[in-house]
Ligand binder design. Sequence first.
Ligand SMILES: Cc1cc2nc3c(=O)[nH]c(=O)nc-3n(C[C@H](O)[C@H](O)[C@H](O)COP(=O)(O)OP(=O)(O)OC[C@H]3O[C@@H](n4cnc5c(N)ncnc54)[C@H](O)[C@@H]3O)c2cc1C
Length: 395
Amino acid sequence: MTVAPDMQHQVSELVTDLLDAHDPKTSEPTEFLGAQFDAGLAWVHFPVGLGGLGAPRGLQPLVDEPLAAAGAPSPFLRNPIGVGMAAPTVVKHGSAEQKQRLLRPLFTGQELWCQLFSEPGAGSDLAALATSAVRDGEGWVLNGQKVWTSAAHLSRWALLVARSDPDAPKHRGLSYFVLDMQVPGVEVRPLIQATGDAEFNEVYLTDVRVADADRLGDVGQGWAVAMTTLMNERVAIGGQPSPRGAGMIGEAIRVWRELGSDDPVLRDELVRHWVAAEALRLTNIRAGQSAAEGTPGPEGSIGKIVSAELNQRISAFTVQLMGMAGTLYPGGYVMGRPERLGSRNDQQRMLRSIANSIEGGTTEIMRNILAERVLKLPPEPRTDRDKPWSQLPRS
Ligand SMILES: Cc1cc2nc3c(=O)[nH]c(=O)nc-3n(C[C@H](O)[C@H](O)[C@H](O)COP(=O)(O)OP(=O)(O)OC[C@H]3O[C@@H](n4cnc5c(N)ncnc54)[C@H](O)[C@@H]3O)c2cc1C
C-alpha cells in the first residue's frame, strides 16, 4: 500500500510532540502510555479517539522505533494478552461502549487481560469446549473450567468463549464474552511450570453472571470472534517486529561476549543462529507491511512455528555456551506467582521456550493450518463438523 508522505510526516510530528511533552525517562509509564493513546499513537490503524489515527497499519514502526529508542515503556511487555490479542478483538467486534471503556486502560497497562479459552478437554480442538453460557434474564450464567490461563492471577479482564447452544454443531454453538475477573464465582488456582513459576492457572467458573452487554459479536458467532483473537495471538507470539539482534539472539551474543570464547565451532553455530534470527525478523517486517490492515491471515502461523523452533535452539545454545554454570538456576527454583510474564535469566528462558511450540496453538496444528489454508492441500478428515455438539463423544 502506498502511504501519502504527508501522513508519514503527520505521524512523525505527533511522535516528536509526544516525546517533547512527556520525557519517557522521567514520566510514569502509565501517564506516558495514556498520552500515547490520546495522541492516536497506540495503534495508528485504529479509529481516531480509540488510540489510533485511522492511518495504515504499516506506519506503526514510525511510532514504535523512535519511542523504543527514547526508552519509552513497552505496552506489549506490560500487557501481552491485552495488547496482542484483546485490543484487536475488541476493536473489531466490540460495541462503541466496550471500545470506549476497555481500550485505554488496556493500553496503559492499568487493566491487564488474560485469555480463558483452553479447557481440560479442549486445546487444539478448541471448538469442543464445554464451559456453558446459559441465558438468564438480561445476562448469562457461566459454569465450567478453563486451564493454562496465563496471567489470570494478575488480570482484571478475560477473553472468554463459552457454549451457548449445546445442540448446535460445535463451531456454531459458541458465544464470546469479556469477563470481569473480579466478579463472584471466578476462582483462580496456580499451576507451576517447569521453570518453577506459576505464570499460568486453572480458572473455575461457578454460576458466574455476565451481562449481555459484555458479549462480543452475535450469540452463536463466538467462533468467528475467537478466530480474530487466535490469528492475532500467533502474530503476537511469533511475529513481533523487533530491533536487529534483540531477543534470544541478543542474549546469546551477550553471553558469547562475556565469556570471551574463541571456539570456532561455537562461533560458527552462533552465526548460523544469528542469520536465522535475522531472516525471521525481516520476514516478520515484510508480513507486517503486507497485512497493512485488518486481521492477520493463516500465514501468521509461519512466524509462530519458526520463532518457537528458533527460541528453543538459541536458548539451549546459550545455556550450552555457559558450560557448567548453565546447569545452575540463579535465584533458585522459586515456585512463586510472578508479577509479570517473562523470564529472569538464561536458564529459565531455555526451560520456558519449551512452551513456545505449545502455547497459542501447537506446531503440529500450525502445520495443519499452513497445509490446509495456505497451501490448499486436502484437509484432514473430520466427522464431527455438522453433528450437534451434545451428541459428540467427549473425554
Ligand atoms: C505456557 C503456556 C501458556 C498458555 N496460555 C494459555 C492461555 O493464556 N489461555 C489459554 O486459553 N490457553 C493457554 N495455553 C494452552 C494452549 O493453547 C494449549 O496447550 C494448546 O492449544 C494445546 O492444547 P492441549 O494442551 O490441550 O494439547 P492437545 O490439544 O491435547 O494436544 C496434544 C498433542 O496432540 C497434538 N495434536 C492434537 N490435535 C492434532 C491434530 N489434529 N493433528 C496433529 N497433531 C495434533 C498436539 O500438537 C499436541 O502435541 C497455554 C499453554 C502453555 C504451554
